[in-house]
Design a protein around this ligand. Structure first.
Ligand code: NAP
Length: 376
């Protein structure tokens, strides 16, 4: 069972749409794959990186694709999602998942299609999200890491699943709706506003009737934040005087700050809080490469403004993800919520894409296309 918890119970038995079992669906959707002849390219960790991942930290290796045992299915990866957390797993430090060990394939969440199944929960052709890791084929089981995507399998919008109807969208939803709680007329600031989480979080605040100001790096990103994602304004933190720009764009102070970056940007926004402000600590990407977390001097403003600052981990809400996907889907259908992706091509580009999160190479969700989706 995985993140679409409400759906997977149905999917493990008969399809809600067709009444077919996975095996029966497989005979319709699937095509014969000779697994014994498949080769699997993988990126393994050779040395723990310091800073950006450097040549020699990883190696691209080719091995035969694994054959599924009883209770397992073989997935062909279509897209690997590039998340900041994946870089933290390369450090030798505890987290909510253990560090990737030297010699192991780099861990990452992605999406793919079942090419062979000896597991009752999945049929050939099913689209699933799972820990694909940086590799072309992966074995999955009927466990918490793997989630069949609901709905007709030949119509799955895999980019939308990776950008909105998965952990990224759920993070934006639970952080903004559950903790930020923006109200009509309030001022909301979102950092890494052109990124996967920030772009969705800001749009949710807009839907709530708030005035939404993004912070992003560079003119192209600021343009996308306003023109594509519909924010009211966007501050270029690389060019603008952040303190002055916050004063200009948030004249009555900041009621909600959705923080993806930490560091000096967090400090600057803390200096501009409105009374009873809510600061949502979603991520600290400015310090993942160094591991150093400089304290914000302006935290004293939390006291002066009787404000709150709360961290959260979206995975704590795993069993409630469906609660987020309903409204997210409705807003998308109504044209109020859009998503974008930056897509690198091929397994060879996974490390560049991972580094790109830290150099700001992406607008929207950072993905690597590993193979062509057949369903969707
Ligand atoms: P993303 O926003 O799509 O990409 C990361 C962006 O961060 C980059 O494009 C870059 O944009 C910005 N950035 C990188 N280094 C920076 C720096 N030193 N200062 C300021 N901005 C910097 O990535 P994402 O996957 O959506 O993740 C965003 C944040 O959410 C991360 O901190 C991540 O850890 C966090 N997150 C938290 C949870 C949770 O449960 N709490 C779940 C998922 C993700 P610019 O070009 O604009 O700088």
């Amino acid at each position: 069972m995985g993140m679409f918890s409400g759906y997977s119970a149905v999917r493990a038995g008969a399809s809600a749409e067709s009444g077919e079992t996975p095996a029966e669906r497989g005979s319709v959707l699937g095509s014969f794959t000779n697994v014994a002849q498949l080769m699997n390219r993988q990126i393994v960790l050779r040395r723990r990186p310091t800073g950006l991942v450097a040549p020699g930290d990883t190696e691209l290796v080719t091995t035969p694709a694994p054959e599924p045992a009883e209770g397992e299915a073989l997935i062909r990866t279509t897209y690997v999602g590039i998340d900041a957390a994946a870089r933290t797993w390369l450090n030798d430090q505890p987290g909510y998942l253990p560090p990737v060990q030297i010699g192991e394939v780099i861990r990452a969440a992605g999406i793919g299609e079942v090419v062979e199944s000896r597991c009752d929960a999945y049929a050939v052709g099913d689209v699933v999200t799972t820990l694909t890791n940086f590799q072309e084929y992966v074995i999955c089981r009927n466990d918490i890491f793997t989630t069949p995507v609901p709905g007709p399998q030949d119509k799955v919008d895999q980019l939308a699943v990776m950008s909105v109807y998965g952990p990224t969208g759920a993070t934006a939803y639970f952080g903004m709706v559950g903790i930020g709680k923006p109200k009509e007329g309030e001022t909301v600031v979102v950092s890494a506003a052109a990124g996967a989480t920030g772009s969705v979080a800001g749009q949710i605040a807009k839907i709530a009737g708030a005035r939404v100001v993004g912070i992003a790096g560079g003119p192209d990103k600021c343009k996308a934040v306003v023109e594509d994602f519909g924010f009211d304004a966007c501050i270029d933190y690389r060019e603008d005087d952040l303190k002055a720009a916050l004063k200009e764009h948030c004249p009555r102070g900041v009621d909600v700050y959705f923080d993806n970056v930490g560091g000096p940007i967090l400090d600057a926004v803390l200096g501009r809080l409105a009374p009873k402000a809510r600061v949502v600590l979603c991520g600290v990407i400015s310090s993942y490469l160094t591991g150093e977390h400089p304290g914000p001097a302006n935290y004293v403003n939390l006291l002066a403004k009787t404000a709150t600052m709360q961290g959260f981990n979206a995975l704590d809400e795993w069993s409630r993800f469906d609660e987020a996907f309903g409204p997210l889907r409705r807003w998308s259908d109504e044209g109020k919520l859009v998503h974008r992706q930056t897509i690198y091509e091929g397994i060879e580009s996974c490390v560049d894409a991972m580094n790109g999160l830290f150099t700001g190479a992406n607008i929207g969700k950072m993905l690597v296309k590993i193979s062509e989706p057949k369903n969707g």
